[in-house]
Every structure is written in C-alpha cells, then in structure tokens.
Design a protein around this ligand. Structure first.
Ligand code: NAP
Ligand code: FE
Length: 364
C-alpha cells in the first residue's frame, strides 16, 4: 500500500471563522475578491471579508459576477484584471463556480498561459487563494480542481495540482442559510456523489475512504431533512459532508457520473448536481456490475439501497429535457475522449458502455 496526503493548507470550520481567523489575512498586501453576482452579498460572506480586510488595512479590488459553470474566457480576462490591480492573493467567495474560477484567475494573474499549458498543469506560478464556500456541494475549497466550461470542446474540463489548493479554507455554514431548497438539494447531491464516486474509484485509499465513508454515514439524515423541508438545522452537517467529499475526490478524482453529467450541463443546461443525478440510476447499475463490493460498502454506510436512491432522485428532481440517440452517441464519445476521470471506475470502459449507461439512466 502507498499513498500521499495533500489538502488545503489550513481549514477553519465554524460560525464566525472569516472574521475570527486573523492569521489567514495578515500575510498579504492586496486582495482580488471574486464572487457570484448575488451569492457574496446574499450569504453575508462578502460583508465579513470586507470587514476583515478593512480591520487589517488590506486594500482590495472586488469583482462580483462570476458565471455559473465559469468559462475559461472569463477567468482569463479576470486574471489580467487581477494582475493589473496589483493583487498578491485571491479571495474566492461563493459556490463551486467562484472558487473554481479563482483557481484559474490565480494562474492567469501570474502569466498568460495558453489553454493546453493550463490543462497540462504546466504553468509556472499561482497566486495564493483564500476560499470561502457559500454552498455545501463541491468541496472546491479543499480540492485543487478547477472545473471550467470550454467552448472549443463543448464540455467542461478540469485542471489543478498541488499549487491550486486554497491556502486557507474558511467554512462557515451560516453562509448557506440563504440558499433556496432547490440549490440546497442540488449542491447536497453533488457532495453525495463525490463521496459515492470516490469510494467506487479504483484510486481509493484507506485515507480517502475515511473521508468518504464518514461523509456517506452523515448524509442520509440530510437527505431526509431536505425532502421534508426541515434542512435549516442541517447546515453544519451538509457543509461537513461537502468538505469530506472534497477531501475524498482530492485523492481519487471523480468517475463516470461526473464526466457524463458535464455533457448534460453543457448541452442541456442542467445544474451540476442535477446532471449527476440524471445519470445516477444507470451509473449505479453499471457500478453493480463493475465494483459490486465497493458499491455495497457505500450503500450500507449510507443506509439506503440503490433502488431507494433512484426513487429519491425520481421524487425530488424533474429534469425536463429530451435527448436523441445521436446526441447520446456524441456525449459518450466526448466523455471518453475528454474526461480522464471516466476510467477511474473501469479502465476498459468503452463508448458503448457509456451509451448504455446514458440510455439506462435517461430512457428507463
Ligand atoms: P454555483 O454555480 O457556484 O452556484 C449555484 C447558484 O447558487 C448560483 O445562482 C449562486 O449565485 C447561488 N448561490 C451560491 N451561494 C448562495 C447563497 N449562500 N445564497 C444564495 N444563493 C447562492 O454552484 P455549485 O454547485 O456550488 O458549483 C458548481 C460548479 O462547481 C460547477 O461548475 C461544477 O462543475 C464545479 N465543481 C467543482 C468541483 C471541484 O472539486 N472544484 C467539484 C464539483 C463541482 P451566484 O451566481 O450569485 O453566485
Ligand atoms: Fe461535483
């Protein structure tokens, strides 16, 4: 057995941590803050960051308007702005979209790398990042990954290495209180799929299992609370599950469910969590064939059967899109060609396998 361990350099979890952790801010001279059009203000996180910076007399430049599923083009443009501002660190406030964008902006702020160099992780430098999540889903505050929308290949693609881990992750569950039920469910299911896929990944280690199985063990009461509309009390748990899943996929990557879901986000406009859930029933049946023992371990830890999980998705999501056999063929080819993580559950996976999973999930 051998494995390595890396994660965000410092993780603070709990109410008030943005204002409370003075050490996190004291190292730097000028912040470039990126957040979504509304999430920074709605969550209250932006006000806390502005107060923390002002108290320490650290000047900042603010950009509010990171796209959902951020594009490579937006990140490139903002990287130049960050450089022009003289920033020596990036503060990311928001869901996975602003935090992922911040990782790319942190690269482009240092140098004008071309797309191939970015996705090969062959850039030379990255500005330090302080990440403050306002959703409980992606775990991006503790992963090195940045998932970007790439129009040239008509899907999403990720980059990241040890240098793109946020230096500091400040997780305050209070910031997620302003989330709607829809976004709460959608992002929670993303966190869940990270834990599940990571257990099913061939790259799983005892350490990734420790994170993911703990995430799964805590998740079922969250699902029940969201379905019942009583999730207000579960904000801490949901953020913890999201962080655990992020730490899990840091070791293992995601697997086919994410790779296939990216196509549904790009072409059909599904949100990230919903796209994973649309694929889930077919993916579970595929996992039953390829990794039955690991699937059993995950489901037993969760405390649900695959059928119960599929029924939960059926009750709580209405996807409302149509897809043709030709589109499925195209999505399957692109998944295999563009998403290296697709092979994490089965290195021999074929385009035909992926077509069959899409059909199973979307037509049954
Ligand atoms: P998101 O796209 O960041 O945000 C979804 C929606 O929620 C947006 O409308 C956002 O508003 C709003 N929102 C966020 N926080 C809010 C708050 N506290 N109160 C009210 N509204 C709030 O969603 P996400 O699911 O967190 O992130 C999805 C992205 O992360 C995708 O691009 C996905 O591919 C990526 N991802 C990354 C990783 C990783 O390891 N890096 C893993 C999985 C997924 P605004 O538009 O105003 O922000
Ligand atoms: Fe995800």
């Amino acid at each position: 057995m051998n494995f390595t361990f890396h994660s965000a350099y410092q993780v603070y979890f709990g109410g008030g941590c943005v204002r409370g952790q003075a050490d996190a801010w004291a190292l730097y001279k000028h912040a470039y803050i990126v957040t979504g059009a509304h999430s920074g203000r709605l969550s209250g996180a932006l006000a806390d960051v502005e107060a923390a910076l002002s108290e320490r007399h650290i000047p900042y430049t603010l950009f509010e308007g990171i796209e959902n599923n951020p594009s490579l083009e937006q990140c490139r443009a903002l990287g130049l702005e960050a450089r022009a501002s003289g920033a020596d660190f990036i503060v990311a406030i928001g869901g996975g979209s602003p935090i992922d964008a911040a990782k790319a902006i942190a690269v482009f702020a240092c140098e004008d790398v071309d797309t191939a160099t970015l996705f090969r992780n062959a850039y030379k430098a990255v500005l330090p990042i302080i990440a403050i999540p306002t959703t409980s889903g992606t775990g991006s505050e503790v992963t090195p990954y940045s998932v970007l929308t790439c129009r040239d290949i008509a899907t999403k693609r990720s980059f990241g290495d040890k240098r793109t881990f946020p230096r500091v992750a400040l997780l305050d569950p209070l910031y997620t209180q302003s989330l709607s039920k829809t976004v709460t469910l959608d992002t929670a299911m993303d966190a869940f799929t990270h834990c599940l896929e990571s257990v099913l990944s061939l790259k799983a280690t005892p350490l990734s299992d420790a994170y993911n199985l703990e995430g799964l063990r805590r998740f079922k009461p969250c699902m029940e609370a969201i379905e019942a509309g009583s999730y207000g009390a579960m904000r801490d748990e949901l953020m913890l599950v999201s962080m655990l899943g992020g730490m899990g996929i840091t070791y293992t990557g995601t697997t086919l469910m994410h790779g296939m879901g990216y196509m549904l986000t790009y072409h059909k406009g599904l949100t990230h969590g919903a796209a994973n859930c649309a694929v889930m029933p077919g993916y579970l049946r595929y996992a039953e064939k390829k990794r039955p023992e690991r699937l059993q371990l995950a489901l037993q830890t969760l405390g649900m059967t695959a059928d119960a999980l599929t029924a939960f998705v059926g009750r709580n999501f209405s996807f409302g899109f149509t897809v043709t056999p030709g589109e499925i063929e195209q999505y399957a080819k692109s998944t295999i060609a563009q998403q290296g993580s697709s092979k994490n559950i089965d290195p021999a996976v074929t385009v035909e396998d992926v077509v069959a999973i899409y059909r199973d999930a979307l037509f049954n």
